[in-house]
Design a binder for this molecule. Structure first.
Ligand code: UD1
Ligand code: CA
Length: 451
């Protein structure tokens, strides 16, 4: 049975106090909307529809950037969750299968949980709702179940009786139903309630009135955490990181100070990787087995192969690719560059738009001068080359295999294989001049004091 997902993302999120739409605020480097979209792709959703409203263009751009096949439905006025879902009727008019509704501000629902809902539905239920037992049920909608454990209806807090408010089994907002049935039921939803809104939750009572059975399954409350404020965002970040650290360690990664390592939503790390304290991951990082990431390193958009060692205090930016056993040391920045097998860039260097061959050594303070103010240029360095300390490599440039540059050189033209490039002024020694100069200066200072 095929499934489509509708993600509600029209709300303003006024409690964020932000110019940006709520669902674009980031957790672990990705907008929370993208977390929901990843959940949808985790169950191979055939179609994903995003319902936009506030900041619609911004939201649609982020959604299509992440997945060009995503469908956008616009909700002009926010008349309730039921009304929001109705906006997806057009992009799904010819879809046959199940539909799951997610919220763009509830980023942690797991694909396995949605699969459990789909499985539950195959037992013959019209609607399946995801609930949770709330530590503090507060203003959530309450799930009213019958003695047989089936779901009778959902009552919004505002419309609930005192006895109903005592129930701690709450609606997460995630709902699953056959597409045709869902839109049919929504046609019957009215706004005759305490909020004057069209409630998605009413479809449960309406399905029961048609003689269909409905069911609820429960998940852990951490999965249904919704974000409404900056404080919620910070709490969600910690929740994400706590899980990511645990998952990494369970996968065979050593974190010497787990609480100080910050992962991105898509970080991938192999076995026996050691990550020292205070390492920060931006999006799109993969690390192969047995690499070591030393303390205070910042990684983003890079690939680190087996046995490589990075840091302490290194920065790998998008397009940095380290081959097996490469070493990148302290205060080194690498961008859009391949560092060959066993090559070393150990101290105080900038390597950008470059290709460095195997077993080459880059001396301390080397800079690839890749930018002329308008264009970026490439530096190519062969295998087993030796770049002397403080070499300025003025790109475009090629340094051959087994070539060397003298320390302090400014290298402006290609260096052939095996050649030594000297690109610096010749040294002259002036006997006695240093001492004579100092004596003169000291005498001048003494004269000033007297006068
Ligand atoms: C909703 C549920 C409630 C549940 C709670 C869980 C309804 C009627 N109530 O209540 O049972 O316990 O979520 O968090 O469904 N949205 C739109 N367009 C709209 C209205 C809402 O896109 O017109 C989006 C919001 O941006 C948000 C989500 O739908 O992402 C939920 O809306 P919200 O107003 O927060 O619903 P609650 O009142 O919290
Ligand atoms: Ca809410």
């Amino acid at each position: 049975m095929s499934v489509s997902v509708i993600i509600l993302a029209a709300g303003m999120g006024s409690r964020m106090k932000s110019e940006a739409p709520k669902v674009l605020h980031r957790i672990a480097g990705a907008p929370m909307l993208v977390h929901a979209m990843r959940t949808a792709s985790g169950i191979d959703a055939q179609r994903t529809v995003i319902v936009t409203g506030h900041g619609a263009d911004l939201v649609a751009n982020v959604a299509t950037d992440y997945d060009e096949n995503v469908l956008i439905a616009h909700q002009e006025a926010q008349n309730g969750t039921g009304h929001a879902v109705q906006q997806a009727a057009t992009p799904l008019h010819d879809f046959v299968g199940d539909v799951i509704v997610l919220y763009g501000d509830t980023p942690f629902v797991q694909p396995e949980t949605l699969q459990a809902m789909l499985d539950k539905k195959t037992e013959g239920h019209g609607v399946v709702v995801l609930g949770f037992h709330a530590a503090d049920p507060a203003k959530y909608g309450r799930l009213i179940t019958s003695n047989s454990g089936l779901l009778d209806k959902i009552v919004e807090y505002k419309d609930a009786t005192k006895a109903q408010r005592d129930i701690d089994f709450c609606n997460s907002g995630v709902i699953c139903a056959d597409a045709k049935l869902l839109f049919d039921l929504l046609d019957d939803v009215t706004n005759d309630n305490a909020s004057g809104e069209y409630y998605l939750t009413d479809v449960v009572g309406l399905a029961r009135a048609r003689g269909l059975s409905c069911a609820a399954i429960a998940c852990d409350e951490t999965e249904t955490m919704g974000i409404n404020s900056r404080n919620d965002l910070a709490v969600a970040e910690v929740a994400f990181q706590t899980k990511a650290r645990r998952d990494a360690m369970e996968g065979g990664v050593t974190l010497t100070a787990a609480d100080t390592v910050w992962f991105a939503y898509d970080t991938i790390i192999g076995r026996d990787v050691i990550i020292e304290p205070n390492v920060v991951f931006g999006p799109d990082v993969t690390i192969e087995n047995n690499a070591t990431i030393r303390a205070f390193t910042h990684l983003e958009g890079c690939h680190i192969s087996k046995d490589a060692v990075v840091g302490p205090y290194a920065r790998l930016r998008p397009g940095a690719e380290l081959a097996n056993g490469a070493k990148v040391g302290n205060f080194v920045e690498i961008k859009a560059a391949q560092i060959g097998e066993g090559a070393k860039v150990n101290h105080l260097s900038y390597i950008g738009d470059a290709d460095i061959g195997a077993d080459t050594n880059i001396g301390a303070g080397t800079i690839t001068c890749n930018y002329d103010g308008v264009f970026k240029h490439k530096t190519e360095i062969g295998e087993r080359a030796f770049i002397g300390s403080n070499t300025m490599l003025i790109a475009p440039l090629r340094i051959g295999d087994d070539a060397m540059t003298a320390s302090g050189s400014v290298v402006t033209t290609d260096v052939p294989d095996a050649a030594l490039a000297l690109g610096r002024a010749r040294q002259k020694n002036k006997p006695g001049l240093a001492l004579r100069m100092m004596n003169k200066l000291r005498a001048a200072k003494a004269a000033l004091k007297k006068g």
